[in-house]
Design a protein around this ligand. Structure first.
Ligand code: ADP
Length: 397
């Protein structure tokens, strides 16, 4: 069955058509600047030429119409008609406490997703717009919602509660939710599979280090803690997000710089992280690595602080699980930045971690980068959130 996977943002939409039998991507692409001047669609059929077309997209329905047109047109299409698309899998960012698993979309589910809008005001409304647009254009095709938060719903209360007045949890459901759940689930399962071990017997730490970054502790097949919180701002230092800070810094900057809360949130989300810490050198680890190799002090400070934070979280999750068997690196930075992996693992001597630098510098699919006698196994496992969404969709329809 062909599954259309949709990841809808407020002005963008990423899509992939995946053949669930072969688990191969048949075509993928991206619509950008939806509702803004200069909208464009990038479309790439597997093995074919990538096409970029500038064309008006006043709304998401038009964007999805163009996606379906690209997938079915005579010249570059990969299917003859929409009948060859068996189901649609939608990435939905926030499922709150309503969803601990993926679910088939119906009116009730859409209402429950809407109830989570407050928790993810930038993402959930956009996800719903994508769902509505597909419903309009493919009314008879089943759709599934796969939530970023669902995998983390198994966290125990002591891991998800904050030290805040309890009434805020009761009134507003303020608690840790965690994100990137699809990736943490996919990578931890894959680690067990690759090692030929039972998922339910392992203690795994997944470091999802991309532009957004989070880390999770997966014990006996269940997430027991993760670094992102109510929102994706908490935890690790990210591309442009601050991660953990003393909350009183917000008031301090507000007074010193005469800024309001919205301006400060923009600083914490868009101007902080490795971008801010490197004094605006870059949010991209390729630039930071190059800078570090050239002796740039901003780059070196940034890499050291970033890796220290990752190592500190690993330590706290070793404590939470009373041990660890496997540590996995994934996402853009985790999969590609050998230097970051080295710098993080230098802190892990107490876990008996020993890295095989030849393996660490190999670019490949899943790979074990620790030596055979390393007491803890360290792996690099490329994440594939689209495939995970497609699998969930097939399972449910
Ligand atoms: P997103 O959170 O947007 O999905 P990705 O997981 O795609 O992010 O990660 C993107 C980041 O990965 C880039 O900003 C860059 O820092 C990093 N990255 C990509 N390729 C490399 C590379 N070859 N070496 C180091 N870092 C890389």
């Amino acid at each position: 069955m062909n599954i259309l996977v949709i990841n809808c943002g407020s002005s963008s939409l990423k899509f992939q058509l995946i053949d669930s039998d072969t688990e191969k991507c048949i075509a993928k692409g991206l619509c950008e600047r939806i509702g803004i001047d200069g909208s464009m669609i990038t479309y790439a059929p597997e093995g074919g030429e990538k096409e970029v077309t500038t064309t008006p997209m006043p709304d998401h329905t038009e964007a999805i119409r163009l996606v379906l047109e690209a997938l079915t047109n005579e010249k570059t299409g990969v299917v003859k008609s929409l009948d060859e698309i068996g189901a649609v899998g939608h990435r939905v960012v926030h499922g709150g406490e309503n969803f601990a698993a993926s679910t088939v979309i119906n009116d009730e589910v859409m209402k429950a997703i809407e109830e989570c809008n407050d928790l993810a005001p930038l993402h959930n409304p956009a996800n719903l717009i994508g769902i509505n647009a597909c419903k309009e254009l493919m009314p008879n095709t089943p759709m599934v919602a796969v939530f970023d938060t669902a995998f983390h719903q198994t966290m125990p209360e002591e891991a998800y509660m904050y030290g805040l007045p309890y009434e805020y949890y009761q009134k507003y459901k303020i608690r840790r939710y965690g994100f990137h759940g699809t990736s943490h689930s996919f990578v931890s399962k894959k680690a067990a599979e690759d090692l030929g071990k039972n998922y339910e017997d392992l203690k795994i730490i997944v470091c999802h280090l991309g532009n957004g970054a989070s880390i999770s502790a997966v014990k006996n097949g269940k997430c027991v803690d993760t670094s992102m919180g109510l929102t994706p701002l908490e935890g690790l230092i990210m591309g442009t997000r601050s991660g953990d800070i003393d909350p009183a810094i917000i008031e301090f900057i507000a007074h010193k710089e005469g800024k309001n809360i919205d301006e400060i949130m923009t600083i914490l989300n868009k101007k902080s992280g490795v971008l801010g810490l490197s004094d605006n050198l870059s949010s991209d680890f390729r630039d930071l690595e190059a800078g570090h190799n050239e002796g740039n002090a901003n780059a070196t400070r940034t890499l050291k602080t970033y890796c220290y934070r990752v190592a500190k979280y690993i330590g706290s999750y070793v404590a939470a699980m009373n041990g660890v068997d496997v540590i996995c690196f994934t996402a853009g930075v985790g999969e590609n930045a050998a230097l970051v992996r080295t710098m993080v693992c230098e802190y892990l001597g107490y876990l008996g971690v020993a890295i095989d630098q030849e393996a660490n510098h190999k670019r490949s699919e899943d790979i074990v980068i620790s030596t055979p006698d390393s007491k803890t196994t360290v792996m690099v496992i490329p994440t594939n959130e689209e495939l995970a969404i497609a699998r969930e969709t097939v399972r449910l329809v």
